[in-house]
Design a protein around this ligand. Structure first.
Ligand code: SAM
Length: 188
């Protein structure tokens, strides 16, 4: 791991996933955005694996479709729906789920992930996770909705049964007053 990986939460989250995901696995990108995490996941699971990616915005679907075509990736199922409905589309156990919360970079900053749908999606992700699978979230409390979302997520995860889950946090504590953080939940 290099310094750039350590200093960027999205890169750090991907680095953690590298040791969890294997060829042939089924994984989820709960917030597709511009498709960077989806592309990463698709390469990790290879042709025999599958990625389910969710976003509510047309722009995210368009940008991700283009990125995948440019990289000749065909093992991804792009779903234009909220991640809170993931259980309607995924009927098998999954190895890893990533959430990169907030708004689409270079997109409409009014369209953000919201605490109640994020918690609902998080609950569903934990049901879908296989044993020793990981749900990982990159959380940005720097905007108003993000702060509420972070508090709700931390409250929810702190109360998860410790006989079933390990929960860990990585915080960038000195960046500003509301720095981004990574939160991981491992199913035992
Ligand atoms: N992972 C992305 C990437 O690699 O480019 C960036 C994700 S961006 C920070 C957050 C995305 O979450 C936005 O594209 C937004 O439209 C999406 N979003 C907001 N609410 C959502 C929901 N309920 N379900 C799924 N996606 C949602």
């Amino acid at each position: 791991m290099n310094i750039k990986t350590l200093t960027r939460p999205t890169n750090f989250a991907q680095e953690i996933l590298k040791d969890i995901i294997h060829k042939g696995d089924v994984v989820v990108d709960a917030t597709m955005g511009n498709g960077h995490d989806t592309l990463f996941l698709a390469n990790m699971v290879g042709e025999d694996g599958r990625v389910f990616s969710f976003d509510i915005q047309d722009l995210a679907i368009e940008n991700t479709k283009r990125l995948l075509q440019e990289n000749k990736i065909e093992n991804v199922c792009l779903i234009q729906d909220g991640h809170e409905n993931m259980d309607q589309y995924i009927k098998e156990e999954v190895c890893a789920i990533i959430f990169n919360l907030g708004y689409l970079p270079k997109g409409d900053h009014e369209i953000v992930t919201k605490a109640h749908t994020t918690i609902s999606a998080l609950q569903k992700s934990l049901t879908l996770l296989k044993k020793e699978g990981l749900t990982i979230m990159v959380i940005y409390p720097g905007h108003e909705e993000g702060e509420v979302e972070k508090e709700r997520i931390l409250k929810f995860t702190k109360n998860l049964d410790s006989t079933t889950y390990h929960v860990f946090e990585i915080s960038y504590t000195n960046q500003n007053k509301k720095p981004p953080m990574i939160l991981g939940i491992i199913k035992k």
